[in-house]
Design a protein around this ligand. Structure first.
Ligand code: ADP
Length: 277
């Protein structure tokens, strides 16, 4: 289906969201089949990498029940403000703007206990009301799995967004990724690629590689499903420390591996394969 057909066939088409997204060149939806595979970490690393490349970047955290983006950037104490009915994103440096449900909670320990319709309203508001300005990239950190929130986002952004799927190499995670691939196919969301995270660990003492969660599962699935494989990121224990202390933006950990992967992602996005899946 081309974009006009997608729009005509989409009962969730919302002209206000479309006009808000007009100033945004590229939208990546960061998916995972399961929690804990590094989806938010990679979303944050991708955003930081693109900022270093001089891009204008927005990062939207809709992981409603586990918003970790504010902690990763050390901005968990910030609160959102409105200006003329628009939500103002929190700025990190000059070129990164962040929105998270975490900024709406009274305390980091609060839990979001909302039923579906309220969550959908919040998602609509985040897509329609945020004053992003002009962005080169909007990166959306989805909740794990293929539940209500991911479905709503995909329906509202149909024809505008591409999926990036994060998995660990082990079978348990890879199986759920297959579901995410099917989900994207049914919703006509193009898949920009799969990233295999926590793939191997180089022992700091002997230098030997240990495949803690196995290796190659994401790559095999990508080949089987005809999806672009973007690459592997090993386990770097220091990422945990950097994340907990809000230093993800300054972190150079895994830069070599990740820069290659992110380059593949952004050049694929501009490449000929786009919109053909
Ligand atoms: P998700 O968003 O999928 O739930 P997170 O990004 O919150 O996952 O990551 C889960 C945990 O794994 C965090 O403690 C994070 O710091 C850690 N982590 C993620 N990727 C790596 C990696 N490549 N090496 C080491 N730790 C990682």
């Amino acid at each position: 289906m081309n974009n006009t057909e997608l729009k005509e066939n989409n009962p969730f088409y919302n002209p206000e969201i479309e006009s808000r997204m007009e100033n945004i060149k590229n939208i990546f939806l960061i998916f995972s089949g399961k929690g804990g595979v590094g989806k938010s970490t990679i979303a944050a690393k991708l955003a930081s990498h693109l900022v270093l490349e001089g891009k204008q970047v927005g990062l939207l955290d809709v992981d409603i029940h586990g918003p970790s983006i504010p902690t990763l950037f050390g901005i968990a104490d910030k609160k959102l403000e409105t200006k003329k009915n628009n939500l103002e994103p929190i700025r990190v440096g000059e070129n990164l703007k962040v929105i998270s449900i975490g900024f709406l909670l009274q305390s980091e320990n609060d839990a979001v206990i909302w039923r579906g319709p309220l969550k959908t309203q919040m998602i609509i508001s985040f897509l329609r009301d945020v004053e992003w300005g002009n962005l080169d990239y909007l990166i959306i950190d989805l909740p794990p799995g293929t539940g209500d929130e991911s479905l709503s986002i995909c329906q509202f952004l149909n024809g505008r967004a591409e999926a990036v799927i994060i998995t660990t190499p082990q079978d348990l995670s890879v199986k759920d990724v297959q579901k995410a691939i099917t989900f994207c196919g049914q919703l006509h969301i193009p898949i920009a690629g799969i990233i295999e995270n926590m793939s191997g660990f180089i022992c700091p003492h002997c230098g030997e590689n240990v495949d803690i969660f196995k290796t190659g599962g994401g790559e095999k699935l990508a080949a089987k499903s005809g999806v672009n494989f973007l690459g592997r990121i090993p386990i770097f224990p220091i990422i945990v420390e950097e994340s907990d202390s809000g230093k993800i933006m300054e972190s150079k950990t895994g830069e070599d591996e990740m820069a290659k992967i992110f380059k593949r992602l952004t050049t694929y996005e501009k490449g000929e394969g786009r919109n053909e899946k």
